[in-house]
Write a protein that binds this ligand. Structure first.
Ligand code: BES
Ligand code: MN
Ligand code: ZN
Length: 487
């Protein structure tokens, strides 16, 4: 989708040229200074009882007298928050996305001037979200939207902020789209090899240093824990490392680590059959760090970023790990694998040890790690863990700014009490209680040499049911976080 900014004042909306004019209203009263023709049509619709300035209301008026655009879409937020504006814009775009309009002009009225940058960012995100259709293995899917061009109409005073917001939104949207596309592809398409190819091609486009390690190289590194998970599958593993260099080599990098289980059967601790197909999304962490790499590479901030993906399948087989097996991680710590379905932490622990070599400023790992996190936080906020308050605040702020929120979870040492084994330094599971937290406590043992954050995105990376599909989260949060780390 093509995005542009057009400067025009609020009182001139009726003269904007586009196939559709989408007006997003903030608050419960019409903003003063609003174009009188648009205001008159909105008032008429309200009077008829067909529209109200309440959240969820959206209405399309055709060929309205005095409005140049043949379609006038009214979309109400009810409130003046960014969240409400985004929802209203999505409702407004839903009115036109499967119809004839090729271009649409979008204007926000009645919102605080301080929101200009974020509103522009959300316009790019909502626009690209509105037209995304998965078709790689379903070419017969509903035809792609005709809507191909969004023009954001802003006042002269807001133009500079809006431009910055739109550029960031477009980059994040491209990252979200890549993450969704990777995660939506089924396990027999989005293999570890495929993920390696995606990163290689990103590297070519953006001039990144990319290394894709195979089993032999991973054996040489001594990643006994990652290898243990991969050994049950015939699909070759990949350990993918990409570097974006936007600052001097002496500047310590931000490191993002993604869980790339391209299919999680549970292994010998086999999962039940119901909804097991959704375990193709178990590379959502990997997809999100790949998407973030794309967004960052497009925005070119002055910082260094390293992206690491550990990718393999978790399968049962004659060569698969068994409950009770003990493996030696790259850190030297031995791990008793009490449940082969707790495989995410087994691949991440070696990736976290590998991250030490970059002498990172901070490492954040991202994983669809535990069903327990879905129970705790549902699909609204990702679970967030951080080794210090400043990092927690930065991750929270990043998520809030782009409507990709997270919620801090605790790391008290008491939560690690169940992580005791008679046969190894640590087992890979504790009891049922606090499952997302005990998983984080396991990872923390391997992340002691740097500032560390961990996002459990099991509830936010995809949606189930009729709208089954990847969300592309938390590319928005991660991109904002990475940008916030530029000195
Ligand atoms: N990939 C799953 C986590 C998951 C489960 C994400 C359901 C989304 C929905 C992970 O590998 C896993 O199987 N975790 C186990 C851990 C348990 C064995 C300690 C879980 O959450 O059940
Ligand atoms: Mn599992
Ligand atoms: Zn898993």
């Amino acid at each position: 989708m093509d995005f542009k900014i057009q400067t025009a004042e609020l009182d001139a909306l009726a003269r904007i040229t586009a196939d559709a004019l989408v007006v997003v209203f903030g608050g419960e009263v019409l903003a003063p200074g609003l174009d009188t023709v648009v205001a008159r049509h909105a008032q008429a619709a309200i009077k008829l009882g067909d529209f109200a300035l309440k959240a969820g209301q959206a209405l399309t008026l055709m060929q309205t007298d005095g409005v140049k655009a043949p379609r006038l879409v009214l979309a109400a937020s009810g409130k003046t928050s960014l969240t409400a504006a985004r929802a209203a814009l999505a409702a407004g775009l839903a009115q036109i996305k499967s119809r004839g309009a090729v271009s649409a002009a979008v204007a926000f009225v009645g919102f605080d001037a301080g929101l200009a940058e974020s509103l522009a960012e959300q316009t790019a995100l909502a626009g690209s979200e509105a037209v995304y259709v998965y078709r790689h293995t379903k070419p017969s899917a509903a035809p792609a939207s005709k809507l191909a061009k969004l023009v954001l109409v802003v006042s002269k005073a807001a133009a500079k902020a809006a431009k910055a917001g739109l550029a960031r939104g477009q980059a994040i949207a491209a990252g979200v789209e890549l993450a969704r596309e990777c995660a939506n592809r089924p396990g027999n398409h989005a293999t570890p090899t495929y993920l390696g190819e995606v990163v290689q091609s990103l590297g070519k486009t953006h001039g990144l240093k990319v290394e894709v390690l195979d089993r032999k190289a991973v054996e040489k590194l001594g990643m006994g824990s990652f290898l243990a998970v991969a050994q049950g599958s015939d699909e070759p593993l990949r350990f993918i490392v990409a570097r974006y260099e936007g600052a001097a080599k002496t500047v310590a990098p931000v490191v993002l680590v993604g869980k790339g289980i391209t299919f999680d059967t549970g292994g010998i601790s086999l999962k039940p059959g119901a909804e097991m197909d959704e375990m193709k999304f178990d590379m959502g962490g990997a997809a999100s760090v790949i998407g973030t790499l794309r967004a960052v590479a497009e925005l070119k901030p002055r910082l260094n970023l390293v992206m690491i993906v550990a990718a393999c399948e978790n399968m049962p087989s004659g060569r698969a790990i068994k409950p009770g097996d003990v493996v030696t991680s790259m850190s030297g710590q031995t791990i008793e694998i009490l449940n082969t379905d707790a495989e995410g932490r087994l691949i991440l622990c070696d990736a976290l040890t590998y991250a030490e070599r970059f002498k990172p400023a901070v490492v954040v790992d991202v994983a669809t790690l535990t069903g327990a996190c879905v129970i705790a936080l549902g699909g609204v906020r990702s679970g967030m863990y951080a080794s210090d308050d400043e990092l927690a605040a930065a991750l929270t702020a990043a998520g809030d700014a782009v409507l990709d929120p997270c919620w801090r979870m605790p790391l008290d040492d008491e939560y690690a009490e169940g992580l005791k084994s008679n046969f190894a330094d640590v087992p890979n599971i504790a009891g049922r209680a606090g499952g997302s937290i005990t998983a984080a406590k396991f990872l923390q043992r391997f992340a002691g040499k740097y500032r560390w954050g961990h996002l459990d995105i099991a509830g936010t990376a995809w949606k189930g049911g009729a709208v089954k599909g990847a969300t592309g989260r938390p590319v928005g949060l991660l991109t904002h976080f990475v940008l916030s780390q530029a000195k």
